[in-house]
Unconditional design. Structure first.
Length: 141
C-alpha cells in the first residue's frame, strides 16, 4: 500500500533527528524560561522572546538551507522541525495569554497581537538580512 498524506516519506531516521532536535530545543527554551520567569500577572517576556527568536532562526535557516547550502537531508528536519520547533512554543503562549486574559485583558490582547506581529517581522527580517549577507559575502549554489 502506498503512503499518502502527511506521513509520506517520513522514515525512522527523520523521526529520530526530529526527536533529538526537539529535546535540544525544549531544553534551551526551559533554560530561558528558568532564567527569566514571568511574575504573576506580568508580561511573559521569556516566551515572547523565545518565539520571536525562533521565528528569526527559521527565516535565516530556510534561506541558508534552501538557497545557499546543499545540506544533508536530515539537517532541515533536525534544525527546523526539531530544534526550532522544540524551542518555540504555541502551547505556553496560549496558556499564558489565557491566564493574562483573566486579570489583564488588555495586556493579553497586546501579548497575542504583539507576538504574531513580532514573529512575522522576525521571519521577514531575518530572511531579508540573511539574503543580504549571502549576497555580500556568503556562498551561493
Amino acid at each position: 500500500m502506498a503512503e499518502t498524506g502527511r506521513d509520506a516519506g517520513v522514515t525512522p531516521g527523520i523521526l529520530a533527528v526530529i526527536a533529538a532536535g526537539g529535546v535540544l530545543g525544549a531544553l534551551a527554551r526551559y533554560g530561558v524560561e528558568t532564567a527569566a520567569p514571568t511574575p504573576a500577572g506580568g508580561f511573559p517576556w521569556a516566551t515572547f522572546g523565545v518565539n520571536v527568536a525562533g521565528c528569526a532562526g527559521i527565516g535565516a535557516l530556510m534561506v541558508l538551507i534552501l538557497e545557499v547550502w546543499r545540506p544533508h537531508p536530515l539537517l532541515r528536519p533536525f534544525l527546523a522541525v526539531g530544534v526550532l520547533g522544540g524551542f518555540t512554543t504555541f502551547s505556553t503562549y496560549a496558556v499564558e495569554a489565557r491566564a493574562l486574559a483573566a486579570d489583564r485583558p488588555v495586556l493579553a490582547i497586546g501579548y497575542v497581537v504583539g507576538t504574531v506581529l513580532a514573529a512575522g517581522a522576525a521571519v521577514a527580517g531575518a530572511t531579508a538580512l540573511t539574503r543580504r549577507w549571502v549576497r555580500r559575502g556568503g556562498r551561493s549554489r
